[in-house]
Ligand binder design. Sequence first.
Ligand SMILES: CC(C)(COP(=O)(O)OP(=O)(O)OC[C@H]1O[C@@H](n2cnc3c(N)ncnc32)[C@H](O)[C@@H]1OP(=O)(O)O)[C@@H](O)C(=O)NCCC(=O)NCCS
Length: 173
Amino acid sequence: MDIDFKNLLEVDEATQELVRTWRNLDDVRKFMIHDHIISLDEHKRWIEKIKVGNTKKAWVIYYNKKPVGLMYLSNIDWTKKITDWGLYIAEKNVRGKGIGSEALSNLIKRVFDDMKFNMMKTFVLDNNDIAIKLYEKIGFKKKGNVEHKIIRDNREINVYLMILKKQDFIQNL
Ligand SMILES: CC(C)(COP(=O)(O)OP(=O)(O)OC[C@H]1O[C@@H](n2cnc3c(N)ncnc32)[C@H](O)[C@@H]1OP(=O)(O)O)[C@@H](O)C(=O)NCCC(=O)NCCS
């Protein structure tokens, strides 16, 4: 599969803006904890934080040379060697082709092998069956209790914490 990753700081401004467009798509933001529309200002501040700090990183995912999604780390804790992360394949026509699996494996290797971290964690909405299936396939475990609840379209949705310990990572799917 022709998949490639580029640091968000190294792509052109149009691609950085495309990332904001993706993040604001209904079909992406409905699975995010914060589902408000991201303004250009907020997006620029987020990119600036990636640039100047060491608590965030992001890579654009390319499939057949075209940008299709984003994977990122946030709240990187260099002392505890734990990080939050996220992922989306924004272009719907390329979902279900294994790009998400490959991107997540790549992200995990960056965290465990390059950064020498021990654990990765993410929050997932319990109506996001595809993501939960993908994360479990790769070794993530749902932490037992509901972490918190959010309201979406007048419905209460449980949010779970999913954790991957280095020794639980299932490689070569
Ligand atoms: C979750 C997401 C990243 C998965 O990316 P993807 O490229 O479509 O996933 P893959 O093709 O690698 O499939 C991975 C696994 O997901 C599951 N899956 C994928 N498409 C599916 C579908 N249409 N129905 C059910 N399961 C599906 C399967 O378990 C698959 O494993 P398999 O290969 O053993 O069948 C993508 O659907 C997405 O971006 N969703 C919207 C944003 C989002 O939810 N991000 C995660 C927030 S926690």
